[in-house]
Design a protein around this ligand. Sequence first.
Ligand SMILES: [Zn+2]
Ligand SMILES: [Zn+2]
Length: 257
Amino acid sequence: MKINLHTHTFRCRHATGTSEEYIKRAIENGIEVLGFSEHAPFLFPNSHQSLYRLPIEEAEDYFKELNELRQKYKDQIKIHIGFEMEYYPLYFNDMLATAKKLGAEYLILGQHAIYNEYPNGKYTTGQHQSTAEDLTEYVNCIISGIKTGLFTYVCHPDNIIANDDLAHYNNEMTRLCKAAKQYDIPLEINFYGIRDNRKYPDEKFWEIAGKVGAKVCFGFDSHDVASAFDAASIPVAEKLVKKYNLKLVEIPEIVNI
Ligand SMILES: [Zn+2]
Ligand SMILES: [Zn+2]
């Protein structure tokens, strides 16, 4: 792997190590393009902030630090600075404006919640099965995000947990994969899911992606220094690509916002 556009920092409070350590680890392992994609900061109504995001107060420091590191290592690696962000119908324009104002170069679409997250949202990255209604809403959000043309790729599209209605799951995920294909946006096989033994990558999903012929890409989703180059997960992801005849894009094209 030569490019990884999915990297967090200690600033989201659930990742460890310094950004410089991540960069060194990536360089040592032959990564040529490294994208930092911290959870997008956002001030919801009532000054609410989600606990897993880059705090808005630290957003400037995030860019300042990474810009300095970009300069320091410019002869060894190309660094991009962006965000992982959801598509929430109610807040998308404001979230996008915030990201642009802060100086984000690119966005990856990681849908971690539905129903606009706050005040009455529901997290989809969990242990609980989704209802049919939740799954439809999740797919609607991702498709709306895809249609903006502003996202470089879709992170862990398979992180929502299916319920027993597999026909509904198949229909909805086919809809998602067809939209990704139509708008030519890759779907990410997420390495955090592999190394952390999560419910994703979900083979049910990748079977559908293979049938539809959507493009796929790899993302380390680094949350610690070791996973700034997650060597052990590469063969697992490659096996999925082979098994479901997935169209792997080795170098995803960055969409500048
Ligand atoms: Zn994510
Ligand atoms: Zn992530």
